[in-house]
Design a protein around this ligand. Sequence first.
Ligand code: NAP
Length: 259
Amino acid sequence: MSKILLVTGGASGIGAAVARIAAERGFSVAINYRSRREQAESLVSELRSLGSRAVAIEADVAEPNQIQHLYARVKQDLGVPDAVLNSAGIATSGLRVEDATPAELTRLLHVNVLGVMLSCGEAARTMSTKNGGSGGVVINVSSMAATIGGRPGNSHYAASKAAVDAFSVGFAKEVAAEGIRVVSVRPGFTITDMTKDRLEDAAFRQVIAETIPLGRPARVEEVAAPIAWLLSNEASFITGTCLDISGGGFAIASAPRQG
Ligand SMILES: NC(=O)c1ccc[n+]([C@@H]2O[C@H](COP(=O)([O-])OP(=O)(O)OC[C@H]3O[C@@H](n4cnc5c(N)ncnc54)[C@H](OP(=O)(O)O)[C@@H]3O)[C@@H](O)[C@H]2O)c1
């Protein structure tokens, strides 16, 4: 029997790239999407052409009843998941604290934090050996923003991702003895739908490149590959930690010492 992977926000970006690698490695894959039905269905066709059982399932991860429905559909269509990648997330670029509205903040926290927590709750309910499951792996997609409070105008987003890191470490301890590994991954600036419009601005692109030690943003495959490795048995002793996939983090301009 092939292993089963659920990817939230899987129709695009990092989630879709991991789904492709997983399908190549024989996983059955459930692609959760919110608004991107066409992208999700096209990806599912692509995964099926690789020999994977794949399905697309609509759900807004910010809605508790839709998360429940998502896991019920995965179980019904493919079986109990062995792996979950919580990749669904939204950004709030250029949002100064004084300008943020309660509605914007509520949505951000509901998607980036509540969505991850609720998905992890369903994962534990279905995958934990305590609950009759076979264990597995949960990977939560955080961000390097969590480590520095975000780039300017990203403090809310950074805080939402710091919550993902703290939650993942705690959740990992809770379910370690029940066969579930949990890891939070922190990508640096990566070229996806979330960032590609901003990267079209040459000045912005240069600033980003200068702040990353490797001198450029990541290609999505460079983020997906380490996540796929964390999903594999080669990472069987890794849990309760955060992995930076960041080209070296944030560069600080060096200046010669004076006097
Ligand atoms: N790209 C970067 O530089 C970067 C860096 C660090 C961390 N990350 C994180 O990586 C993750 C994936 O982002 P990405 O870069 O791959 O960008 P992306 O292509 O925009 O992927 C995000 C996906 O999440 C989905 N999504 C958003 N809200 C959702 C909801 N409420 N329910 C279900 N799905 C939802 C989006 O679909 P809809 O458009 O239909 O909502 C989209 O398919 C995010 O958590 C992001 O914060 C990205």
